[in-house]
Design a protein around this ligand. Structure first.
Ligand SMILES: Cc1cc2nc3c(=O)[nH]c(=O)nc-3n(C[C@H](O)[C@H](O)[C@H](O)COP(=O)(O)OP(=O)(O)OC[C@H]3O[C@@H](n4cnc5c(N)ncnc54)[C@H](O)[C@@H]3O)c2cc1C
Length: 416
């Protein structure tokens, strides 16, 4: 699918060629029919009555000879399942939901007024984590823009500043939430308002919390060893401050406090998160089964399932109530699988399926970041570009740069 904004001057010629007279106009045809050779382009047709999902689907069904309904589960090409067991079609869909979860997280934080002096550093640290380790280029770029403008939108105040900047009625400056809200953290049009891989078969199930898990996992496989401990703290702090499901938060924070000493490498971070998620799956699965509150099409189970990764399961281990996950699973295979599923596959897909890069993992099984494997530059504001340039040094460097910038601004403010 391709989308063209005919309101843009640069697209006038193209839109005239296709005789676009009103918005939105939907055209249908094989890719070749949209190639302009000379004279008339042919082979496409206008979809006259496609403004409602049902009508559009009806039109598509007649053209492709299928009978899909809007309730069908998302489908994707089976040929995308490769010999290594990774289903690239499903992973592409996950990337879509990770962008959605990131943008919705931002919306929730703003709409529920969760930003305040106490949560500011947690918020900034999370942005710093995203700017470097988010799998989507859209979100890295958007986050960088927000991070670099945050000081203007929401000045940080030292104790001295607070005294200086107390307004006449004694109110300390609050964040300009409207301005932060208007910052498209993953680009324009996101959040899109719907889910694909995380779409539940009932309205109240799945969605945001599913997308958030995917985001955390996708980040975890991209973090370098030396930053894993900081990333671990940032994820825990994000859940603590910004995840509004009280029960989930309290439960998850137990995993955070019991693991503090253990997370000092990417492997530990990835496996800690996987383990915590499976503990949640198990606990929530039992509750859902007894109350009938779960999504019948997505029953909670230990992940990855044997179908997804057979080698991840130790052979011949019979599961008893007290069998630990490390006995049930082969941790080295699970780790390799998670790297591929949330790392390699997502990175590959964000660059296009036709160009699956080889050897994105180095000999230690470590992932190289997407920045280091792509030559195409991203157009971003200068501050954001600097942040992305710092990405190769990790988000600690971004934090350092950001703090320096902040200090300079404060000095200027004082001088003024
Ligand atoms: C931090 C956090 C804590 C939560 N705590 C609770 C809680 O205490 N009580 C509660 O009722 N709900 C809790 N939830 C919500 C719950 O975990 C599910 O997100 C929700 O029920 C939707 O489930 P789902 O079927 O979409 O799959 P999810 O569990 O959301 O999983 C999303 C996707 O992640 C993948 N996945 C599944 N397990 C793993 C794994 N172990 N490692 C890597 N990938 C995996 C699968 O592809 C799955 O489809 C929590 C959510 C989060 C983000």
């Amino acid at each position: 699918m391709a989308k063209v904004d005919c309101a843009l001057k640069s697209n006038t010629l193209l839109c005239d060629r296709f005789k676009i007279s009103h918005y939105p106009t939907l055209l249908w045809g094989p890719p070749s029919s949209f190639t302009w050779v000379s004279g008339e382009s042919t082979g496409w047709e206008a979809i006259e009555n496609g403004r409602k999902a049902e009508l559009l689907l009806q039109f598509i069904n007649t053209r492709v000879g299928k009978s899909f309904t809007l309730d069908d589960a998302s489908t994707y090409d089976a040929h995308l399942v490769t010999a290594d067991g990774i289903d690239y079609g499903q992973v592409a869909i996950s990337n879509f939901d990770i962008e959605e979860a990131t943008a919705q997280a931002m919306e929730n934080i703003i709409s529920q007024k969760l930003l305040n002096k106490k949560t500011r550093s947690s918020f900034v640290q999370f942005l710093q984590l995203l700017v470097v380790h988010h799998p989507s280029r859209n979100c890295r770029k958007g986050t960088a823009g927000l991070l670099m403008n945050l000081e203007e939108l929401w000045p940080s105040l030292s104790t001295q500043d607070i005294e200086e900047e107390l307004s006449d009625d004694g109110v300390i400056q609050e964040p300009d939430l409207k301005a932060v809200e208007n910052f498209p953290i993953c680009g324009e049009h996101i959040p899109r308002g719907y889910w694909i891989s995380c779409r539940g078969s009932r309205n109240e199930t799945r969605g945001y919390s599913c997308g958030l898990w995917l985001l955390f996992h996708a980040i975890s496989v991209r973090v370098e060893d030396r930053l894993s401990s900081a990333a671990f703290r940032t994820i825990c702090s994000f859940v603590d401050n910004f995840f509004t499901c009280k029960e989930c938060r309290e439960h998850f924070l137990e995993f955070c406090s019991s693991a503090k000493m253990k997370v000092s490498s990417r492997r530990q971070l990835v496996l800690w998160l996987w383990n915590a998620h499976n503990e949640v799956n198990e606990r929530v699965g039992k509750v859902e089964a007894s109350l009938g509150t779960g999504d019948p099409k997505f029953v909670k189970e230990l992940w990855p399932t044997q179908t997804l990764c057979k080698s991840c399961w130790n052979e011949g281990v019979e599961r008893k109530a007290d069998t630990a996950f490390q006995d049930l699973f082969s941790l080295s295979d699970v780790y390799k699988f998670l790297l591929k599923y949330y790392g390699h596959a997502l990175s590959s897909l964000s660059k296009g399926l036709s160009k699956l890069p080889q050897g994105i993992q180095d000999s230690d099984g470590h992932l190289r970041t997407q920045e280091s494997t792509t030559s195409s530059a991203v157009t971003v504001p200068i501050g954001a570009a600097l942040a992305i340039a710092f990405a190769s040094c990790g988000f600690g460097a971004v934090a350092c740069f950001w703090r320096t910038r902040q200090k300079k601004k404060k000095q200027v403010r004082r001088r003024v």
